[in-house]
Design a protein around this ligand. Structure first.
Ligand SMILES: [Zn+2]
Length: 322
């Protein structure tokens, strides 16, 4: 069996050798009488020549296509470089923007401190309470640690987060400020209806206070329902708060009396006037002149008998004179 294989192998070898030995003869014929020369070209060189020729032809045909591809790629690279440079510029703008968010954080905190101050002031005015040290709610931008890779894009993320955070905080602060402003306005309006001023301008003296006293006319201890403010005859008497006139006329010991209903349970009375210039039902503003002082009714000299009533019960007017 092995002999058969060996023989067949030898035959193949022989045939290859034979083929390689095959070749072509190139005749070089001169146009003179010189002898003809011949050049033997072996088969494999001939074959190599055609292979090389074929390869060259392939690259020659492919070359123009490659050139156009290269031009396209060059153009793409150029546009990408443009995009990169634009993005670089944009990214360089992130740092200043980030700094602005930190400035805004500071400003917002200033506003929050101001708000806390105003709220405390409001509580002091409104409730006559002492200052309580309420904590100011301060804004703190979220802290991020940036990784070294992709830093510029992380910065953009931080910037966006900061802006979102600040937007919410600004909204919260402005809503708190609006609420406080509304409270102030309400209180301001309420103050219009609360007696706070003296009924006589340029007079800050009380000749007879509120409470039990020996009555100057009846000469016995009677509760004084208001305070007496000495005046000159004819001095203008002012409404101490806004409201509606409920009494305007002569009323017993009060003499010529004006009573104003201010709402919120408040009423004020002004007695012993010489002349009234308002009628029942008239709406009067705080500080508006309603009468002229005198000494009508049970009185020993010109003065204003001033009363403050809460739910129709006379109270000490002193705290309402400011
Ligand atoms: Zn009096």
């Amino acid at each position: 069996m092995t002999d058969v294989i060996r023989e067949s192998w030898l035959a193949t070898k022989k045939s290859i050798r034979k083929k390689l030995k095959k070749g072509y003869v190139l005749l070089i014929v001169p146009n003179s009488k010189a002898p003809i020369r011949n050049l033997t070209i072996p088969y494999f060189i001939f074959l190599s020549f055609f292979i090389l020729f074929g390869i060259n032809l392939y690259f020659l045909v492919r070359y123009p296509f490659r050139i156009s591809e290269i031009i396209k790629l060059e153009y793409k690279a150029y546009s990408l470089r443009e995009v990169i440079s634009k993005q670089d510029k944009a990214l360089r703008r992130i740092d200043p923007c980030l700094r602005v968010t930190h400035d805004l954080e500071k400003k917002l905190n200033e506003q929050n401190r101001f708000y806390a101050e105003m709220e405390q002031q409001y509580n002091v005015v409104r409730n006559r309470k002492n200052r309580s040290n309420k904590n100011v709610s301060l804004v703190h931008l979220p802290q991020y640690t940036l990784s070294s890779t992709d830093q510029d894009f992380s910065k953009l993320g931080v910037l966006n987060n900061n802006l979102d955070y600040l937007e919410k905080e600004v909204e919260a602060t402005s809503s708190s400020l609006n609420t406080l402003l509304a409270k102030y306005k309400d209180y301001d309006r309420q103050l219009d209806f609360t007696p706070t001023i003296w009924p006589v301008v340029h007079q800050r003296r009380i000749s007879s206070g509120y409470g039990y006293r020996k009555h100057p006319v009846y000469k016995r201890r009677i509760k004084h329902q208001g305070v007496d403010i000495p005046t000159r005859y004819g001095t203008p008497v002012r409404a101490t708060a806004e409201g509606k006139v409920t009494i305007a006329g002569s009323k017993g010991g009060y003499g010529l009396l004006v009573e104003i209903n201010h709402g919120y349970g408040y009423k004020t009375r002004y007695g012993h006037n010489s002349r009234l210039i308002v009628k029942v039902g008239k709406w009067v503003k705080k500080g508006q002149i309603i009468a002229y002082a005198g000494s009508t009714g049970t009185s020993t000299g010109p003065h204003v008998h001033y009363e403050v009533r809460i739910n129709n019960v006379p109270v000490n007017p002193r705290p309402y004179l400011k």
